[in-house]
Design a protein around this ligand. Structure first.
Ligand code: CP
Length: 302
């Protein structure tokens, strides 16, 4: 894995995914070590973030590394017209690894082709979010005891939600049954359904999930991605289509867990938060251990 970029979850073999999850479990047991001493990591956030940026920065700090970067491209020379090409060329000469979030799909792959150091995709538009997927896999394995043969419900914005695209591709390796719940306007894009069809995997599409909720092992709720809509009226129509409430969980499996990449808006009522099946805040914490493991793996640090 040394010196490779992580742009899509498919950049990692199944063996590499498992190795990173196992290493993350070691970091959960013992989070502080100085494995990144002397290393500089650049965090370039062209789009807002709370969890991804701060959990990466927490991971780097716990590992003794140093951080350079920005949270607003408006304070960089991008505002003077500098291209992504030149920005990456420069930053890769100042750092040992780049973590980048950018609104344009494909920007992370482009950056990885220019950069002389590994690039981690921290979300490129509606395309992919592979490090979120790694922490999702970690959370699923930890709560279910396995990644095999699970029934996963993905609910909400399956069109623009990059986390569901990456997670679907990853979980396709473990004989998952997928239930996609979304309004017509926000259905899982054809290219991702074709991805499953080519693997001979089952998926089912629904407009509602109250009648089938008892079958779920994981309910993966998502926010409707307001920032991807060009027409605000279209957003208003779909923004509150699904709201998970505590009363809906009465007949769910004892070991079912609710995940959400966060931030949430209205799609999970706060009355769910105290239900033991709510796992989204622990899931976000798992991002620190998982990102520690990803950083060490891509830098070839044992
Ligand atoms: N899950 C996630 O990507 O959250 P942030 O947008 O806060 O980084």
């Amino acid at each position: 894995m040394k010196n490779r970029s992580l742009v899509s979850i498919d950049d990692l073999s199944t063996g590499e995914v498992i190795k990173i999850l196992d290493l993350a479990a070691e970091f959960e047991r013992d989070p502080v070590s100085r494995l990144l001493e002397g290393k500089v990591v650049a965090t370039l956030f062209f789009e807002p973030s709370t969890r991804t940026r701060l959990s990466f920065e927490s991971a780097i700090n716990r590992l003794g590394g140093k951080i350079v970067g920005f949270t607003d491209a408006g304070v960089t020379s991008v505002s003077k017209g500098e291209t992504l090409h030149d920005t990456i060329k420069m930053v890769s000469s100042y750092s040992d690894l780049i973590v980048m979030r950018h609104p344009i799909e494909g920007s992370a792959r482009y950056a990885s082709e220019i950069s002389s150091v590994p690039v981690i995709n921290a979300g490129d538009g509606a395309n992919q979010h592979p490090t979120q997927t790694m922490l999702d896999l970690y959370s699923i394995r930890k709560t279910q005891g396995t990644l095999d043969n699970l029934n996963i419900f993905m609910v909400g914005d399956l069109k623009y939600g990059r986390t569901v695209h990456s997670l679907m591709m990853a979980m396709s390796r473990w004989n998952t049954t997928f239930n996609f719940i979304s309004p017509e306007e926000l259905k899982m894009p054809e290219e991702f359904k074709l991805y499953l069809e080519n693997l001979g995997l089952r998926y089912y599409e629904h407009l509602d999930f109250t009648d089938i909720i008892a079958k779920a092992d994981i309910i993966y709720m998502t926010r409707v991605q307001k920032e991807r809509f060009s027409d605000p009226i279209e957003y208003e129509k779909v923004k509150n289509v699904y709201v998970l409430k505590n009363a809906m969980l009465a007949n769910t499996k004892a070991n079912m867990r609710i995940l959400h990449p966060l931030p949430r808006v209205n799609e999970i009522h706060t009355d769910v938060d105290s239900n033991p099946k709510a796992y989204y805040f622990e899931q976000a914490l798992n991002g620190v251990y998982t990102r520690q493991a990803i950083l060490c793996s891509l830098l070839g640090i044992k």
